[in-house]
Design a binder for this molecule. Structure first.
Ligand code: PBG
Length: 335
């Protein structure tokens, strides 16, 4: 066959792709179940299990069901869970005081999980939105805006309460200025030096959170309001580096970028700039987009693992994803 001219390169990239052992050996990144953190919505009461209508395949679970299912998640190799509460309407208030009730839903869930499965990582969210009647992450002042420093005082109480219940990591997702250092200080003062802080450092004011707000029941509280005075503008990326630098300076143990796939550039830059432990959150809206495309038969289930591998390639050390259980099952089959 004389179809090639003399200029044709000697180097053929396809040689390394031609054999499966080489493809496996030369893979630059690998997705394993240990990379995955499963976010779960916790309900009060017992033996309850409610589907989240805007997130097909995801259920809110009461603590007993959470603990029994968590055995399966751990057996699949999932490293940790991130807990989010569905707070009964009667327990919501202007200042979200239920957030630091030691007998509250999340502290109870943490204690139950830690007792049954001490090796499974438990991450708890520090923010007031599930607990407030207005659905904002902090305390709202007379002007209608979320008050930074007053909110931090509340978050400190919440963080101590979550640490005392046994959380491995507390995860401030509120985006108040200076909260990481303030939370670190009170944790240390209360002898919780070993409780880590996973900082939602670059968290954007994103419409991709819609289904989550429905899942925790804060959507109706928030109404037409938004979180743009504290969450980041999707137009900005340099600003994310400033946010991360501040949180690391304030002793964040791990930083996070959120949402995930629409912000892969931010994730990449954060990892390249700081080389610090970096997580990413594949949020509810991303889950729903991929889920519905798979369920409708528009795309194959493989997109799920591909989306997660993209986070590894961009520099994530771990991924919060509602696909954690399904992905871990798929990875097991590939083995
Ligand atoms: C609230 C919080 C949100 C998410 C995690 N923590 C929503 C928000 O900021 O309004 C979103 C997660 C998701 O969409 O999956 N502190």
């Amino acid at each position: 066959m004389q179809i090639l001219n003399a200029e044709y390169p000697q180097k053929r990239m396809r040689r390394n792709r031609a054999r499966s052992f080489l493809r496996r050996m030369l893979a630059e990144n690998q997705l394993v179940a240990q990379d995955l953190i499963y976010p779960v919505f916790v309900l009060s009461g017992t033996n309850r299990c409610e589907p989240v209508l805007t997130m097909p395949g995801i259920e809110r679970l009461s603590i007993d069901n959470l603990v029994s299912q968590a055995h399966t998640w751990q057996d699949l190799g999932i490293a940790a869970v991130a807990l989010f509460p569905v707070i009964d309407t009667g327990k919501k208030s202007l200042n979200g005081d239920e957030a630091w009730n030691e007998q509250g839903l999340i502290p109870q869930a943490v204690r139950a999980l830690k007792k049954a499965l001490p090796e499974l990582g438990v991450i708890t969210d520090v923010a007031l939105d599930p607990y407030t009647v207005h659905g904002q992450d902090g305390i709202v002042g007379r002007s209608g805006d979320v008050l930074n420093d007053e909110t931090i005082l509340a978050l400190q109480k919440q963080a101590i309460c979550l640490a005392a219940a046994g959380s491995d990591l507390v995860a401030p997702s509120d985006m108040m200025d200076g909260r990481i250092g303030c939370i670190r200080k009170v944790l240390d003062d209360a002898d919780f030096q070993h409780t880590g802080i996973l900082a939602y450092s670059a968290k954007y004011a994103s419409a991709f959170y819609g289904p989550f707000r429905d899942a925790v029941g804060s959507a109706k509280n928030l109404g037409a309001a938004n979180k743009r005075t504290y969450q980041m503008d999707p137009a900005n990326a340099d600003e994310a580096l400033h946010e991360v630098a501040l949180d690391l300076n304030e002793a964040a143990d791990i930083v996070m970028v959120k949402p995930g796939m629409p912000y892969l550039d931010v994730l990449w830059r954060v990892k390249q700039t700081f080389k610090a432990p970096t997580f990413v959150y594949q949020v509810s809206g991303e889950y729903v987009m991929l889920r519905s495309a798979i369920d409708q038969g528009y795309m194959s289930q493989e997109i799920l693992l591909e989306s997660l591998l993209a986070f590894k390639r961009a520099g994530a050390d771990a991924i919060l994803t509602y696909f954690a259980v399904e992905a871990a099952r798929m990875l097991k089959q590939l083995d």
